[in-house]
Design a protein around this ligand. Structure first.
Ligand code: G6P
Length: 606
C-alpha cells in the first residue's frame, strides 16, 4: 500500500503535492510527508496521521521548490510515527517507498559498517544510503540500476537528489507506479487517480523498470539500465465520479450507485436483441476448459466463493477457490484445461498479482475480473472482464463486490450455455431476470431507515454472528467483514449448519445474530438453525425475501424482507442491508467510515 506522488515542474509544486496526497490517502493514512528541492537543499516535512496534520503542523509557505515528492504511509516496518514517516532523507538523497525491502537487515549492516547512520526503524532508509553509496562510483542511470539489483522484495520508489536537482527517479518492482504528462511539468504517482486532476496522459511502469522524470521530458529504462520506449495512454477524464457529491461519505455514495453498477454491467455484457451474453474476444474454445480456479483477497475472495455456487449450479465444471496469499505459496498442481480467474477491484493487490504471475509463468489460461482496467492484474492477464463500476474510494468494498459477482454470474451463465449444460430456454429466462435486477436493487436500497434503526443494537453488543447456507453463506461472511472493518465490532460469518460444531457456544442472551434465509433450497434448514440460536438467547435479525408464506418462527427480533426474484440473484439483494447495517453502525460510533483504522484500500504488500 502507501501512496507516492512526485512532481517536476517550472512552478512551485507544493499545492499539487498536497492535493494529490489527499487523494492517495485511500492507500494508507498513518503518516504523511513531503520533500522538495530548493536553493540547493532538500526540505523535508513529515507528520504522524493524515495529510491535514502536515498543513496544521507546518508553515507550508516555507516549503518552496519546483520539484518534490510526497508520501502517505501504511506501516510495514516500524510503528506509524513521525520518524518512520516518508520521505527518508540524507543530506543529499530523499526517498519515498511503497513495498517491502526483504533484505534490508543485511543491507543495513553493510551500510553501517561503511559509516552510514540510520534514524528510523524502516526498511526504506537503506535505499537512501545505498543509492548515495552507488553514486560515488557511477553516473545516475548506472547507480540506479545497481541499487535496484541489490534490493530484494517489492517496491515503487520516488527519489530526488540534492546535487541533481532537475529530476525525480521512479522505479517499480511489484508495487504499481505511473508517470503522467502535463504542460511544462511531469508527474510520478502510485496510480492514475492521484494524477487525474493534473493529467489524463499516463504511462504505467512495468516490473523492474525505472524512469527519470524531468519537467520537460521523461525517459524509461529496463532493469539493465537500457533506454526503452513506452506507450502513453489517454484515460477518460471523469473527475466527477471521484467526488462525494451530496453524500457524507464515499461509502454511502458507492452503496447507492449499485443499481448503476449493475445496469452498466448488463449493458456491457448482455445482447438485448438475441437475449444472449457477449464475451467479446474470449480467447479459448469451450472444450479447452474443464475446470475453474477462482482467486482473490478480502471482499473479492467472497465474490469467488459465491461464484463457486453459481458455476456448480449452472455448469458441470470442477470449481475451486483460493485466497491468493495461500495459493501463491502452495504446491499447486497446475492444469492446462483449467481457467484461472483472478478477482480484484484495484487490480493491484500484491498477493493476487503474485498468484496471477505464478499462473502466467506456468503458462496457464488466465482471466481477470477487475475494476481498474489499466491495473497490473488486468495488463498481465490473457483475458480481462472489467466490472465497469467506476472508481471505488471507500476502503470497504461495496459496489465493486456487486460488480464482481455480476460479471462472474454472467460468465457462469455463458459457460453453462456454451457447454450445453444450461438449456437455452432457462439461459434466456435467467438473462431476462437479470435485466430487472437494477430495479430490485433500487427497491432494496429504500429499506434504509429500518436498517438504520436496527444498527444501534449491534453497537451495544460485544460481538455478533452472521449465518447463511448455500450462496447466502459467502454473503454472511461479507456482512461480518463489513461490520468488523467499519465498526470494529467482533463479527463472525458462519455456515448456519456449522453452528452446532462449536460457534453455538458463543451465543448468549441478547447477542445480535443476522440470519440470511432467502426462500431457496436451504430455507427450511436455515430457519431450523435460526430457531436453535433464538432458543439460546440470540437477538435474531432475519433477512429473507418477500413471500406469501409467513415465516413460521417465534421470537424473531427483527425481519428485513428484500424483493423476490430468481434465487440465483438473491445474493445481490441480501448484500445491501448488510452494507447499510455496517455503514450506520460505524456512523453512530463516529468512526472514519471511508478510512477505517489500520486498513488501506489497495494492498500492495503481501
Ligand atoms: C483490501 C480492501 C478490500 C478488498 C481487498 C482486496 O483489503 O480494503 O476492500 O476487498 O483489499 O482488494 P482488491 O483490490 O484486490 O479487490
Amino acid at each position: 500500500m502507501c501512496g507516492i506522488i512526485g512532481i517536476s515542474s517550472n512552478k512551485p509544486v507544493l499545492t499539487d503535492i498536497i492535493n494529490s496526497l489527499k487523494k492517495l490517502e485511500y492507500r494508507g493514512y498513518d503518516s504523511a510527508g513531503i520533500a522538495t528541492l530548493s536553493d540547493g537543499e532538500i526540505n523535508e516535512i513529515k507528520s504522524e496521521g493524515r495529510v491535514d496534520n502536515l498543513e496544521q503542523n507546518f508553515d507550508l509557505k516555507n516549503l518552496k521548490g519546483n520539484i518534490g515528492i510526497g508520501h502517505v504511509r501504511w506501516a510495514t516496518h516500524g510503528i506509524p510515527n513521525r520518524i518512520n514517516a516518508h520521505p527518508h532523507s540524507s543530506h543529499n538523497v530523499s526517498v519515498v517507498h511503497n513495498g517491502i525491502i526483504e533484505n534490508s537487515t543485511i543491507l543495513k549492516k553493510t551500510l553501517i559498517s561503511k559509516g552510514y547512520k540510520f534514524k528510523s526503524q524502516t526498511d526504506t532508509e537503506v535505499i537512501v544510503h545505498l543509492i548515495s553509496e552507488n553514486l560515488k562510483t557511477a553516473e545516475l542511470e548506472e547507480a540506479v540500476t545497481k541499487t535496484l539489483k541489490q534490493l530484494h522484495g517489492s517496491f515503487a520508489l520516488g527519489i530526488v537528489f540534492k546535487d541533481i536537482p532537475d529530476l525525480i527517479v521512479g522505479a517499480r518492482r511489484g508495487s504499481p507506479l505511473a508517470v503522467g504528462y502535463g504542460p511544462n511539468e511531469n508527474y510520478l504517482g502510485s496510480d492514475s487517480y492521484a494524477l487525474k486532476s493534473m493529467t489524463n496522459k499516463i504511462t504505467y511502469l512495468d516490473d523492474s523498470e525505472f524512469c527519470i522524470v524531468k519537467k520537460d521530458e521523461v525517459n524509461f529504462f529496463n532493469e539493465e539500465g537500457k533506454k526503452i520506449n513506452k506507450k502513453i495512454l489517454e484515460l477518460s477524464s471523469d473527475e466527477e465520479s471521484y467526488q462525494k457529491g451530496d453524500f457524507k461519505h464515499f461509502m454511502a455514495k458507492e452503496i447507492e450507485e449499485q443499481p448503476t453498477t449493475v445496469k452498466t454491467g448488463i449493458k456491457e455484457y448482455l445482447d438485448n436483441v438475441n437475449n444472449d451474453v457477449n464475451l467479446f474476444n474470449f480467447p479459448w474454445k469451450i472444450d479447452e476448459i474443464k475446470s475453474i480456479k477462482l482467486i482473490g483477497c478480502g471482499t473479492a475472495y467472497h465474490s469467488c466463493l459465491i461464484a463457486k455456487y453459481w458455476f456448480e449450479e449452472l455448469t458441470s465444471l470442477d470449481v475451486n477457490i483460493d485466497i491468493a496469499s495461500e495459493f501463491r505459496y502452495r504446491n499447486n498442481r497446475f492444469k492446462n484445461d483449467s481457467l484461472y480467474i483472478f478477482v480484484s477491484q484495484s487490480g493491484e493487490t500484491a498477493d493476487t498479482y503474485a498468484a496471477l504471475d505464478l499462473c502466467n509463468k506456468n503458462k496457464m489460461k488466465t482471466c481477470s475480473v477487475v475494476n481498474v482496467i489499466e491495473s497490473s492484474i488486468a495488463r498481465n492477464s490473457n483475458y480481462v472482464l472489467p466490472i465497469h463500476c467506476g472508481p471505488e474510494i471507500g476502503v470497504a468494498s461495496t459496489k465493486a463486490f456487486l460488480g464482481q459477482i455480476l460479471v462472474l454470474y454472467i460468465l457462469a451463465l455463458k459457460l453453462g450455455f456454451l457447454k450445453n449444460e444450461l438449456e437455452k430456454i432457462k439461459y434466456q429466462e435467467k438473462i431476462k431476470d437479470l435485466k430487472n435486477l437494477p430495479n430490485l436493487i433500487e427497491k432494496t436500497l429504500l429499506l434504509d431507515s429500518h436498517i438504520q434503526s436496527i444498527s444501534s443494537t449491534f453497537n451495544e453488543a460485544k460481538g455478533s454472528m452472521f449465518l447463511g447456507r448455500g450462496s447466502s453463506y459467502p454473503i454472511a461472511l461479507e456482512g461480518a467483514l463489513k461490520l468488523k472493518e467499519l465498526s470494529y465490532i467482533h463479527a463472525e460469518g458462519y455456515p448456519a449448519g456449522e453452528m452446532k460444531h462449536g460457534p453455538l457456544a458463543l451465543i448468549e442472551e441478547g447477542m445480535p445474530v443476522v440470519v440470511l434465509a432467502p426462500r431457496d433450497n436451504y430455507y427450511k434448514k436455515t430457519i431450523s438453525n435460526m430457531q436453535e440460536v433464538i432458543a439460546r438467547g440470540a437477538k435474531v435479525l432475519l433477512i429473507t425475501n418477500k413471500s406469501d408464506d409467513e415465516v413460521v418462527s417465534e421470537n424473531i427480533w427483527e425481519t428485513i424482507e428484500v424483493e423476490s426474484t430468481n434465487k440465483d440473484l438473491l445474493p445481490f439483494l441480501l448484500t445491501i442491508p448488510l452494507q447499510k447495517l455496517a455503514y450506520y453502525s460505524a456512523l453512530k460510533k463516529g468512526y472514519d467510515i471511508d478510512k477505517p483504522r489500520n486498513l488501506a484500500k489497495s494492498v500492495t504488500v503481501e
